[in-house]
Design a protein around this ligand. Structure first.
Ligand code: CTP
Length: 416
């Protein structure tokens, strides 16, 4: 699964229609889930004869949608719009001749066909049927029409068919569909314009949480705002962005793939599992200490002496920095109350960074929980750039321009 890391955080809407090959979609859902994608499923009513909504709902860990109208469920009819907006890819597999003709005609008689009309994301279809149907001029013409409309058609395979005949019409294996969908999403990301088109960016944001017992944890005041703005700014410049977020309550920026994590270990794993990364921006306020012995049951006050033995968490950025490859850009953050420049430069060297963003939580309008920040950027080559107090969204824009795109301060639009 060479492309699997490109699926992290992707939102895949799988449309299943009523053909015998529908049974293969159970494995397809697992492939996407294993690769870290979020999966939702829509089925035509007939698809349920071949694979049950319960199976696909269990595997996808999401409710499966079949009907447009659900009795006694207010607001359910707008789901087709919500699903279409939610998805990064609408993948219809298997696609029967019947649903194919409905897609061509713009029919809207089930949740699946309604979603096809409202989806703003790319659509990929995997037609599967008996050989004679597959080569029929009506089916070929319908597939051509979809292709002309920008739908990606993955042609069926040649092989043994359910009818006992041999010919083209078989649904490809789940692994093959998965790889095809991955390659499609990568190609589309590269086609997006912008100075960072084709670049893979990992941004971390928010705090991490270290568990003391089932009800208590160690963490900090980070809200994640700075990291989310950085992810947004990178996506706007065309990058393929994975945002690894600690526990925060923020909306995922448009076009950004998000992975939610809780502990430092989770964040470490999520970051290290990304491959072919060009740029890492580590803005998370990683918790530096973790209880040496987290407890599975709630600790009682009685009998405790109040001391909690702590151990250091993994330094994610230092681990990344030690394996840094040519052409990669690593940006770290330093939150310092004293000797800021000296400490930040020390971290930049120790963690093998290209840039470090220094801020002081004691300054008015800087640090956690404010909408603004006042930062100084330090480069590996010795440059120091002081930015004025700015809204975090503008700080993010400036960091992208200066540290990632290597522009000079004079070339930026006037800062407040
Ligand atoms: N960082 C990290 N993993 C950690 C701690 C920090 O990846 N376990 C990253 C932060 O996301 C930040 C940078 O390292 O980009 C600097 O973090 P900071 O906590 O300020 O530095 P430390 O090296 O932990 O030093 P100290 O807490 O002693 O100031």
């Amino acid at each position: 699964m060479a492309e699997s890391n490109h699926m992290t955080g992707r939102r895949i809407l799988l449309g299943v229609t009523g053909g015998i090959a529908a049974y293969k979609t159970a494995e397809l859902v697992r492939q996407f889930k294993r690769a870290g994608a979020e999966v939702r499923v829509v089925m035509t009513p007939d698809a349920g004869r071949f694979v049950t909504p319960l199976t696909l709902g269990t595997l996808s860990e999401n409710e499966v949608h079949v009907k447009i109208f659900l009795e006694n469920k207010a607001g359910s009819w707008t789901k087709h719009v919500a699903l279409g907006l939610w998805a990064d890819l609408f993948l219809v597999a298997p696609l029967t001749a019947q649903t194919l003709s409905k897609l061509v005609d713009g029919a809207c008689d089930s949740m699946l066909t309604a979603v096809a009309l409202t989806a703003r994301c790319p659509i990929m279809v995997c037609p599967a049927m008996d050989h004679d149907m597959y080569i029929h001029p009506a089916v070929r013409s319908n597939l051509n029409t979809l292709t002309e409309r920008g739908v990606t058609v993955m042609e069926a395979e040649h092989g043994e068919l359910a009818s006992g005949l041999i010919g083209q019409g078989r649904l490809p294996a789940p692994e093959a569909i998965f790889e095809y969908a991955s390659a499609l999403l990568i190609r589309l990301a590269k086609q997006r314009g912008g100075p960072l088109a084709g670049k893979r960016v990992v941004v971390t944001a928010g705090p991490t949480r270290e568990r003391i017992d089932p009800v208590r944890f160690i963490s900090n005041h980070s809200t994640g705002t700075m990291g989310f703005e950085l992810a947004r700014a990178a996506a706007r410049r065309g990058a393929d962005v994975v945002l690894v977020a600690g526990p925060v309550s923020l909306e995922t920026p448009e076009g950004v793939r998000r992975v939610d994590v809780e502990s430092t270990d989770d964040m470490h794993r999520a970051v290290m599992s990304q491959h072919d990364v060009d740029i890492v921006i580590m803005s998370a306020a990683v918790t530096d200490f973790t209880p040496a012995q987290p407890s599975d049951s709630k600790l009682k006050k009685e009998g405790a002496d109040g001391a909690l033995e702590l151990a250091r968490t993994t330094d994610i950025l230092a681990d990344l920095g030690s394996g840094k490859k040519d052409g990669q850009t690593f940006v770290g953050f330093a939150l310092e109350t004293d000797n800021g420049l000296e400490n930040a430069r020390g971290k930049l060297e120790r963690k093998n960074l290209d840039w470090i963003v220094l801020n002081n939580p004691k300054e008015d309008g800087a640090g956690f929980g404010t909408g603004t920040n006042r930062v100084t950027l330090l480069a590996r080559d010795g440059r120091t750039v002081d930015l004025p107090l700015l809204p975090k969204a503008e700080v993010a824009e400036a960091i992208l321009e200066l540290a990632v795109l290597n522009k000079a301060l004079e070339d930026l639009d006037p800062l407040a």
